[in-house]
Design a protein around this ligand. Structure first.
Ligand code: HEM
Length: 143
């Protein structure tokens, strides 16, 4: 599975809008994630607002690597392995994806188009599947 160039353009434009509203996106993202999966709270530091740049970096990582996930394979596996050190479990990926989509819909409302929703879902699921497969090889991928 791969992304079309139209989807990638959609993601780039969407990422620029996220960066313009990064504080709000970050706030709502963590509130939503900790509501959906409170067990992930201890993995993050106490300064959630200070987390803004990291959150944007994570979204940027998806957008920049998704157009050629095979070429970026080694970078994506390194990222996935660092996540094991952060205490992340394979099952957390689904919760983070759900929190991300809920957040973008909440922040952008009507402006968030069905195409954007579909492009983020496809990109997140693809990135998460590659990360899970490289970092948790013994675990079945449920997505
Ligand atoms: C497609 C999925 C994901 C992407 C692209 C992603 C990307 C990133 C990036 C770029 C960083 C910055 C540090 C680094 O490069 O090592 C990071 C940090 C982190 N991520 Fe993710 N991530 C993903 C999924 C998750 C999931 C499922 C969790 C589980 C709750 C998670 C928890 C964390 C934590 C705890 C940190 C460290 C935060 C800190 O230093 O305070 N991530 N992530």
């Amino acid at each position: 599975m791969s992304m079309t160039s139209a989807e990638i353009e959609t993601l780039r434009a969407s990422l620029r809008r996220c960066i313009r509203r990064k504080i709000e996106v970050t706030d709502i993202f963590y509130d939503t994630l900790f509501e959906i999966a409170p067990e992930t709270r201890p993995l993050f530091g106490s300064d959630i607002v200070g987390q803004t740049e990291k959150t944007m970096l994570a979204l940027g990582a998806i957008v920049s690597q998704i157009h050629d996930i095979d070429a970026f394979g080694p970078l994506v596996s390194d990222l996935a392995r660092r996540h094991i050190d952060y205490g992340v479990k394979a099952e957390h990926y689904e919760h983070v994806g759900a929190a991300l989509l809920k957040t973008l819909n909440a922040v952008f409302g009507e402006e968030f188009s069905p195409e954007e929703d579909a492009a983020w879902r496809a990109a997140y699921d693809l990135m998460a599947a590659v990360m899970i497969a490289s970092a948790y090889p013994r675990q079945p991928v449920s997505a």
